[in-house]
Design a protein around this ligand. Structure first.
Ligand SMILES: Cc1cc2nc3c(=O)[nH]c(=O)nc-3n(C[C@H](O)[C@H](O)[C@H](O)COP(=O)(O)O)c2cc1C
Length: 497
């Protein structure tokens, strides 16, 4: 059964003992806050999801904050009703690859849409009080990270849905000491619309609309059924509809409802909907911005839109998350589609590929189902390294570190990967330095191109398979009990440990 909304997902976490309701006061004010420390505390230890009920320095005290709901690989798999990370990747890749399994959204009447329980019209919109504001660390603006952005291609009318962050200008500090006007602070939001290479699809829509001299309408749906958030974080090919893909993942069409002020449809059970229209040539500087590779960007330049309506549920919930040195809450939500993109491409042509794991620091680990003499040919590991850099989609080509391991190495466990490198790799012969790779746009160690972000960079591939037949006829036996043996001993010692 698909989740109807975010609340049903939270109920499942709660029943599973993975959600804590917290009444301890937590500070979230600009310049005096504790959420970044809380994220660190929880994500370092695979901690639970939380509902924070008592926030200090908060403009909307009646709206609790959902914190760390997707903070483990297991909870990320649960977003699409799966029990393990590999099961979720297989399901995600299968549905993504078979468009015939996608399911059309269903339009519902406004009266049946919980997201319309409260309606705030354009004239009454005042973002200092209509949307929650939370600060995590030293960032200059308050972020909205739990939203999916919906736009239509101004040429074709095709819909795009993507996970893009927004910054609020209310009480924000301008990176160059200028002021955001009171009108901007209360009526406008800025969107991270150009961030991903080659360009996010909302950015393509906006560029087209600007070239055509047309306004671009936008709607952001906050806190939906998690399958919608995962679909929106996936690099679905341009022109295809992420809501249909989400329907395929859910096994049932997403319920959509018509917006109040723009010609767009949004998930009916979302907690909040923000409607608006991009302001032409409104590029706005914002910063500090805390990024997912763990540094503060001094500033970013993004377009603004004017909010034309806000609708929300009665007693709504808000979701707040932050990027910082990994791990952090939505790491795995963002990584699962990346893993799937590379895994499905490799598996289509190389049946020996079993799993692809991208670590929170974006090292790509490819696990094979064969090793040693069972590899199809000598130097097979190096062939896999090149296949990752040449894989279809947006991400494989930017893999800075790729490691290939055999089936006895756990690709989710850095100790296990390090053991394979320590005992199966001679750096001079079993690694590749690719000097002309595509850099990950946020890598601060790569030289910046003229747009201010890196384009090319070098890459490291490590073939950590056993070098049979390349160097040896056979390899030494591994000294390790089986997982079943460890489990059965744990059972026997239950009362002791
Ligand atoms: C929580 C979260 C926040 C994200 N924020 C952004 C963002 O601000 N800008 C961006 O371009 N991509 C962001 N991403 C990644 C995109 O959602 C992802 O690349 C997606 O494929 C973009 O959709 P598109 O291909 O339709 O443009 C985020 C992902 C997650 C999970």
């Amino acid at each position: 059964m698909p989740y109807k909304d975010m609340r049903e997902f939270l109920d499942v976490l709660d029943k599973d003992g993975q959600l804590k309701s917290v009444d301890v006061p937590i500070k979230v004010a600009h310049g005096d806050n504790e959420l970044q420390a809380l994220m660190r505390l929880l994500c370092q230890n695979d901690g639970p999801a939380m509902l924070l009920n008592n926030l200090e320095g908060y403009n909307t005290p009646d709206i609790p904050i959902i914190f760390n709901p997707f903070g483990t690989r297991e909870r990320t798999a649960m977003m699409i009703d799966c029990k393990s990370p590999l099961e979720s990747k297989k399901k995600h890749a299968k549905v993504l690859g078979e468009v015939s399994t996608w399911i059309d959204p269903v339009i519902v009447d406004k009266g049946k849409a919980p997201c319309k329980e409260v309606i705030i019209n354009e004239a009454d919109v005042s973002l200092d009080k209509d949307l929650p504001h939370v600060w995590f660390g030293k960032e200059a603006a308050s972020y909205i990270t739990g939203a999916v952005g919906i736009t239509k291609d101004p040429e074709t009318g095709d819909r795009n849905v993507g996970c893009y962050r927004l910054t609020q200008l209310w009480n924000a500090v301008h990176p160059k000491g200028e002021d955001y006007s009171e009108e901007q602070q209360k009526k406008d939001l800025s969107v991270f619309a150009f961030w991903n290479p080659p360009m996010s699809h909302i950015g393509v829509h906006l560029a087209k609309a600007t070239a055509m001299g047309k306004p671009l309408e936008v709607a952001f749906a906050c806190q939906c059924d998690p399958a919608i958030h995962l679909a929106a974080a996936t690099g679905v090919p341009f022109g295809q509809d992420e809501f249909q893909f989400a329907g395929g993942l859910r096994g049932e069409g997403v319920e959509l409802v018509q917006c109040e002020t723009v010609d767009l449809q949004v998930p009916a059970t979302a907690e909040f909907i923000i409607e608006g229209v991009f302001i032409p040539n409104s590029e706005t500087e914002i910063g500090n911005h805390s990024n997912p590779v763990g540094y503060y960007d001094a500033f970013q330049v993004f377009p603004r839109f004017k909010v034309t309506a806000i609708t929300h549920r009665k007693n709504p919930l808000w979701y707040a998350t932050m990027e910082m040195i990994p791990p952090f809450d939505h790491n795995y939500q963002a990584l699962l589609p990346v893993e799937t993109e590379v895994l499905s491409d490799l598996q289509r042509k190389i049946p020996e590929v079993q799993d692809v794991v991208v670590t929170p620091n974006m090292t790509y680990v490819v696990q094979l189902n064969v090793d040693g003499a069972r590899k199809p040919h000598a130097e097979f590991g190096k062939y896999i390294l090149h296949a990752v850099w040449g894989s279809a989609g947006r991400w494989g080509r930017t893999a800075k570190i790729v490691i290939v391991v055999g089936p006895d190495v756990d690709p989710y466990d850095m100790d296990s990967i390090e053991w394979a490198i320590a005992t199966r790799v001679q750096p001079a012969t079993d690694t590749i330095i690719n000097e002309s790779g595509q850099a990950f746009v946020l890598d601060p160690s790569a030289t910046k191109g003229h747009h201010g972000f890196p384009v090319t960079g070098s890459q490291l591939g490590i073939d950590a398979t056993m070098k049979v037949p390349e160097r040896f006829d056979s390899y030494q036996e591994v000294s390790m009990p089986t997982a079943e043996e460890v489990e059965s001993l744990a059972e026997k010692l239950k009362g002791v440990l």
